[in-house]
Design a binder for this molecule. Structure first.
Ligand code: TXA
Ligand code: MG
Length: 327
């Protein structure tokens, strides 16, 4: 399959309507779109990403009034969250409508629903006239893609087209909130913080950090390897912690952080971000750059957790999971 790089929304919509796969920009990360009502297209999407079939997809709508096409009910909390934060980086988990194939929701009776704020994404969904299932447009397990070039790197020859646009503004995914329980549960922190959600529904709580069997059943995404480059990711808090590493620092390593690296360190790639926001926007792309250079280690300074930093820190922890940590 040849992957076309396109800029015309009408062409992208035509491909999607006939069951094809098109990557498109959102304000969080690039998504890999497929017609959420077409089971064959959904099957191709799982294959293209190499995604485990037990990990459900988020369905994207152009506006809230379309919720009846994908869900059987809009619980009060979900309505309040959508009214407060959509279009934007929030996904609500609500009871699924019968017309959505079971493969979309990995057999769950609930569906994740999001209204992206990116104008091209909304235009694409409107022109298609169908809800679009869209996971992040990366090979499963890899860092998400915030540029069209990274999408091409992972999915060239596996999808029909990429709708080319500028790099994504936020750089980490949407917050996923389960609204099917009496009190809403934040399953994945993203562009909307727990504090912002609690201002709208005070009873909202964070999913417990211990992944219990019930939680895994409710959010299978917690199960899988995520956001990992080929290089080993080592988290640290303060630059002083790196001073004891001396030689290791010069050996095919990269440095990502908010502070300058130690003066004697010779990294093959150094990214010092001017703010937590810029760190979040550039994090995945920086991890991908370490793979392009064939690096073996990435020293990642743990982000402060205020604002978007909470989502960034979650992704950093997941990038480093099952691997040794500093400090
Ligand atoms: O910002 C985003 O959300 C991006 C853009 C493209 O919209 N999409 C995205 O999709 O990050 P994906 O597939 O990479 O992550 C979706 C997450 C997974 O952790 C999945 O388990 C969870 O949402 N999810 C989806 N449907 C769910 C459901 N019915 N119940 C619980 N969790 C669900
Ligand atoms: Mg993803």
């Amino acid at each position: 399959m040849k992957t076309e790089i396109i800029e015309d929304v009408a062409i992208a919509a035509e491909i999607l309507q006939r069951g094809g796969l098109v990557a498109f920009p959102t304000e969080t990360v690039y998504g890999l779109g497929a017609d959420a009502t077409n089971a064959a297209a959904i099957e191709r999407l799982f294959v293209a990403k190499g995604r485990p079939s037990n990990n459900p997809l988020i369905v994207h709508l152009a506006c809230l009034t379309d919720w009846t096409r994908v869900a059987s009910e809009l619980p009060g909390a979900a309505k309040q969250f959508m009214e407060a934060f959509a279009p934007g980086p929030i996904s609500v988990v609500i009871p699924k409508a019968a017309g959505i194939p079971n493969s979309v929701t990995a057999g769950l009776s609930t569906v994740g629903v999001r209204i992206p704020a990116h104008p091209l994404a909304r235009q694409l969904i409107s022109v298609c006239g169908v809800p679009l299932a869209a996971p992040s447009a990366n090979r499963s397990g890899r860092p998400s893609c915030t540029t069209w070039q990274s999408v091409l790197e992972d999915l060239d020859g596996r999808i029909d087209a990429i709708l080319r646009s500028a790099p994504c503004a936020i750089g980490v995914e949407s917050s996923v909130v389960d609204c099917t329980t009496p009190d809403p549960v934040l399953l994945r922190v993203g562009g909307v913080t727990l504090q912002q959600l609690q201002r709208v529904v005070p009873a909202t709580r964070q999913v417990a950090s211990e992944t219990s069997a019930t939680q895994v059943a409710r959010s299978p995404g917690l199960l899988h390897r995520h956001y990992q480059p080929a290089a080993e990711v080592l988290l640290f808090s303060a630059v002083e912690e790196l001073k004891t590493l001396d030689q290791a620092l010069t050996h095919k390593a990269a440095y990502l952080g908010l502070q300058l690296p130690p003066r004697n360190a010779l990294f093959e790639l150094t990214h010092v971000f001017p703010s937590t926001e810029a760190y979040a926007t550039g994090y995945y792309e920086a991890l991908r750059a370490t793979d392009r250079l064939g690096l073996l280690r990435v020293y990642v300074q743990a982000s402060p957790v205020a604002g978007i930093g909470g989502a960034l820190r979650d992704r950093q922890n997941r990038s480093a999971e099952t691997r040794p940590r500093l400090g």
